[in-house]
Design a protein around this ligand. Structure first.
Ligand code: CAA
Length: 460
């Protein structure tokens, strides 16, 4: 069977940075530790006034193509995943292809282009589409370019403002990949939910606390569905578990739930039982089914008692050395980049994977042949979990990452500059703001065309 997976990854951050504990928290009269300790964030990335979802996507894709020595004819498919699109008809991928044609010989006229939407899970779905296209043998030897790109901005003073971010991740999906091979095993947790949506509006309507509950519920369903094809998961099965990371504090909750699930009925639970007792079992409280809403038929159902017992057990589990060690090795390394950039919506889970791979390279981890469990999530809502195997040659690809340099070069905004740049990107405001950085060797937004289209140029 042909091995198909991710052959190359490029990350492109917005050029601006908002220091959350240092600049944002004081301006909001909030404790900086809400950001560093609570949400787990140090900074957000923002696009300068000449940057947007197209420039970030095209810049990431351009570097990827240059580095891999690709010509347009080598690419048979360009899919962009975004929840920040500015056109209901013309897909962002056409703009990106137009940009890339400015700097490449040849064109993408025979590449299939599209746009994928399902909140933050859409890029994972686009990777899936590319995988299926190649596995079906319809790619004619060509690779697929999948790009996640978002400006994850919230309305001013919305609680979500704390978790903003902007950036793109470009991935090349190909046969005999150089980074990870994607497995056929997949699980889904999907339900019609109203937790985070943008009904024909730029900034989201969010029920923040509910969105966190929905994330966890769908992720658990996806894990159970994944296990129905892969067999039971065990915490030692995976070198890293990159999750969709709207902010690292969300992953802290997901990691703990995942660990509790994975160690149930294993020797790890037996060993921990001496220290913190065994996990509460639904049956002991007369509770059946899979969720808090599903109760048994027994006349002694104690749903509240069960939930309280689970909460107490989770608090105890969180304090064990076994959990700390697992979390530190398997989850924490996935969060390094996210802490500095905030939420990139569709790109966020792919940033988490990149962060883990970078950590492995820096720490000399022998990763080839080891597995990753990737947990994607999109509001509205759907979680998807699949496994990947890191392949020989991954170090060379990861050595080419320049995320650290990009992050270090960002311009550090004052609060007043942040307010201006937020206004500049607000579609409802007619604010012209001079850029605070200078584009160089990159695509830049240059203005509007006769039909209201956005125009771009490569600036040397
Ligand atoms: N020191 C240490 N910790 C502190 C603190 C302090 N001084 N102050 C607050 N905290 C902790 C809080 O206890 C809380 O942690 P826990 O949840 O573990 O208790 C955390 O910091 C955040 O504090 P609040 O809950 O008070 O923050 P908030 O009310 O301002 O809102 C939020 C947080 C709901 C996540 C909000 O930022 C939001 O709405 N974000 C957008 C929605 C979102 O990201 N949802 C995530 C799931 S949906 C998804 O994943 C899709 C997507 O990408 C959007």
């Amino acid at each position: 069977m042909t091995s198909v997976g991710i052959d190359a990854i490029e990350i492109r951050t917005g050029s601006l940075k908002l220091d959350l504990p240092g600049t944002f928290a004081p301006a909001k009269d909030e404790d900086p530790e809400k950001y560093t300790k609570g949400l787990g964030l140090n900074a957000s990335s923002f696009p300068d006034s000449y940057e947007d979802i197209v420039t970030m996507a095209a810049n990431a894709a351009h570097r990827l193509m240059e580095r891999k020595g690709l010509r347009p004819n080598d690419v048979g498919r360009i899919d962009v995943a975004t929840e920040s699109a500015f056109d209901n008809s013309k897909p962002v991928s056409t703009y990106v292809a137009g940009c890339l044609e400015q700097v490449n010989d040849g064109d993408f006229h025979h590449a299939n282009k599209g746009e994928r939407k399902f909140a933050c899970v859409a890029a994972t779905q686009a990777v899936d589409d590319a995988y299926n296209w190649i596995r079906a043998g319809r790619n004619r030897g060509r690779a697929a370019l999948v790009i996640a790109t978002d400006t994850a901005l919230y309305a001013r003073d919305d609680p979500g403002e704390a978790t903003q971010g902007a950036g793109a991740v470009a991935m090349l999906i190909d046969e005999d990949p150089s980074v990870v091979e994607i497995s056929t095993e997949q699980g889904y947790g999907s339900a019609d939910e109203t937790d985070f949506l943008k009904p024909q509006q730029q900034f989201p309507s969010v029920d923040g606390k509910r969105s966190m509950q929905v994330y966890l519920a769908r992720m658990r369903e996806a894990l159970e569905d994944f296990e129905s094809v892969s067999g039971d998961t065990h915490p030692d099965d995976y070198a890293y578990i990159p999750f969709h990371t709207p902010f690292p504090g969300m992953v802290r909750k997901a990691g703990l739930l995942g660990y509790r699930h994975m160690i149930r009925d294993t020797p790890v639970e037996d060993e921990l039982a001496e220290e913190i007792g065994r996990q509460p079992r639904r049956e002991a409280f007369g509770v059946s089914g899979q969720g808090p809403e599903a109760s048994g038929t027994s006349s002694h159902v104690d749903e509240a008692g069960y939930e309280e017992a689970v909460r107490e057990h989770m608090d105890a589990l969180k304090g064990t050395d076994a959990y700390h060690e697992w979390y530190g090795n398997t989850i924490e390394p996935t969060l390094t980049i996210s802490r500095e950039v905030g939420n990139w919506y569709t790109g966020s889970v792919h940033v988490a994977r990149a962060s883990a791979l970078q950590h492995a390279l820096e720490n000399g981890v022998d990763l080839a042949g080891q597995r990753l469990l990737v947990g994607s999530y999109g509001s509205g809502a759907q979680a998807e979990i699949h496994a990947e195997t890191v392949v020989d040659g991954w170090e060379e690809e990861v050595r080419a990452f320049d995320a650290d340099e990009q992050l270090a070069e960002r311009y550090d905004l004052s609060f007043e500059e942040y307010e201006e740049i937020h206004d500049a990107h607000n579609h409802e405001k007619d604010t012209d703001v001079d850029p605070v950085t200078v584009p160089e060797g990159e695509f830049a937004f240059t203005g509007w065309g006769r039909m209201g289209e956005r125009e771009y140029e490569y600036v040397n």
